[in-house]
Design a binder for this molecule. Structure first.
Ligand code: ADP
Length: 348
C-alpha cells in the first residue's frame, strides 16, 4: 500500500473529527468522523469557508481555528465552540487547533481536531442544577433546627438534664458540620453557574491576615497549634476583592489547622514578589502523598476521608485566586508538612 493510502485510512478512521483549512479558512481535508459530527459530506464542504458553513458567520472571533491557529499562530487545547450541523441543529464541540507552516516558516493553514460534547454539557448542566437545588433546599431546615437546639440548650424551653444537654451538643456539632458543607456547596455552585467576578480594589493583605489569624486561633488553641505570622508592615497593597480573598485565607488556614497534629505549627509569610504579592502558609502537618497531590485542587476531591470536609475548599480557593489573575500551588512532604502559596497582583 502506498504511503498516501495509509495516511488516508488513518485519518479517516481517527476517533475524532479532523479537518485542515488553508490560511483563509477554506477546508482542504475532512475525515469521516468530521462528516458524522457536522452532517456535511466531504464533497459538500471541500473548497468552502468553514467559518460560513460551520459557524454561519464571517466573524472570525466565533472560531477557535482563526482565533488561535490562523491569527495568533499558536496551538489551542480543548477550547469549546458552538457550530450548526447541516440539519440546523446547534451542537457544542471540544476543539484543539494548531497552525501549519511550510519549510520556510510561512503559515499555510491550520489543523483542527474536534469532538461532539453536547450530551456531556447537558449532563454537566443537570449536575450543576441538582447540586444547587439540593444545597438550597437543605439550608433552611438546618438553620431552623440549629435555632431550636440553641434555644433548648439555653434553657428557655425548660431545664435539661446533663445527658440531654450532651446529646444536644452532639447534634449541634453535627449540624454545624452540615451547615459548613452546605455553605461550600452553595458557594461552589454559584461560581460554577456564573463566573467568579472579583470586585477589585486596594487590599491590605497584612491587616486582613491578622484578622483571620485571630479567628483561626480559637480552633488552633484547642489543638495546641501555634500560629506564627511573618508579615511585615509595608507589604505592597494588593489589587483584590477583600471578601473573596478572605475566603481563600480562611480555607487555607482551616486546612492547615485541620491537617496538623496537636502541638504543631503554622507559619504564614507575605513576600514582596516581582509584580505580585505572594502569600505562603506552611504547616508541620500530615502532608500530602504523591498519589493525592495532583488532584487536591479538583472539586470534591478528598485525600483524608476520616476528617470532616466537603472536598471543595481548595477548588473554591483556586477559582478565586485565578479569577484575580493569580496562581495557587502546593509543595508537600508526607509526614513533614505542606506549604500552600498563592499570588495576588499588586495595586498600581
Ligand atoms: P476538605 O474538605 O477535604 O479539606 P479541600 O478542598 O480543602 O477539602 O482539600 C482537599 C484535600 O487536600 C483534603 O481532603 C486533604 O487531603 C488535602 N489537604 C488540603 N490542605 C491540606 C494540608 N494543609 N495538609 C495536608 N493535606 C491537605
Amino acid at each position: 500500500m502506498e504511503r498516501q493510502q495509509i495516511y488516508d485510512i488513518i485519518v479517516d478512521n481517527l476517533p475524532v473529527g479532523f479537518s485542515i483549512v488553508d490560511k483563509d479558512g477554506i477546508i482542504v481535508d475532512f475525515n469521516s468522523t468530521a462528516e458524522r459530527v457536522t452532517g456535511y459530506s466531504k464533497k459538500e464542504i471541500f473548497g468552502k469557508s468553514h467559518l460560513e458553513i460551520l459557524h454561519g458567520t464571517n466573524d472570525k472571533e466565533a472560531c477557535p481555528l482563526f482565533k488561535h491557529a490562523l491569527e495568533r499562530r499558536e496551538q489551542s487545547v480543548a477550547t469549546e465552540t458552538i457550530i450548526r450541523r447541516k440539519s440546523g441543529e446547534i451542537i457544542v464541540l471540544s476543539v484543539t487547533t494548531s497552525p501549519l507552516f511550510d519549510n520556510d516558516g510561512n503559515l499555510i493553514g491550520g489543523i483542527e481536531l474536534f469532538r461532539d460534547i453536547t450530551e456531556l454539557k447537558r449532563l454537566e448542566r443537570e449536575r450543576k442544577n441538582i447540586l444547587s437545588m439540593f444545597a438550597h433546599d437543605m439550608k433552611n431546615p438546618v438553620i431552623t433546627a440549629e435555632g431550636f437546639i440553641s434555644r433548648l440548650l439555653s434553657g428557655k424551653a425548660g431545664l435539661l438534664s446533663e445527658t440531654q444537654k450532651n446529646y444536644l451538643d452532639l447534634v449541634k456539632e453535627e449540624l454545624d458540620g452540615l451547615q459548613g458543607l452546605i455553605t461550600d456547596f452553595l458557594e461552589f455552585s454559584r461560581f460554577e453557574a456564573t463566573e467568579c467576578k472579583p470586585v477589585l480594589g486596594p487590599f491590605n493583605i497584612e491587616a486582613s491576615m491578622r484578622k483571620h489569624i485571630e479567628i483561626a486561633k480559637v480552633e488552633a488553641e484547642k489543638k495546641n497549634i501555634k500560629i506564627f505570622f511573618e508579615g511585615y508592615e509595608g507589604i505592597p497593597v494588593a489589587n483584590a476583592d477583600a471578601m473573596l480573598i478572605g475566603r481563600v485565607i480562611t480555607n487555607l488556614l482551616d486546612n492547615a489547622i485541620k491537617y496538623t497534629n496537636p502541638g504543631g505549627a503554622v507559619t504564614i509569610s507575605l513576600i514582596d514578589g516581582d509584580g505580585d504579592v505572594i502569600v505562603r502558609l506552611k504547616d508541620t502537618g500530615i502532608g500530602i502523598s504523591e498519589d493525592h497531590l495532583p488532584y487536591i485542587f479538583d472539586a470534591f476531591y478528598r485525600g483524608k476521608r476520616d476528617l470532616k470536609g466537603s472536598g471543595l475548599g481548595l477548588s473554591i480557593a483556586k477559582i478565586i485566586v485565578e479569577a484575580h489573575g493569580g496562581r495557587i500551588w502546593v509543595e508537600s512532604i508526607p509526614g513533614k508538612g505542606s506549604t500552600f502559596s498563592f499570588t495576588l497582583p499588586k495595586n498600581r
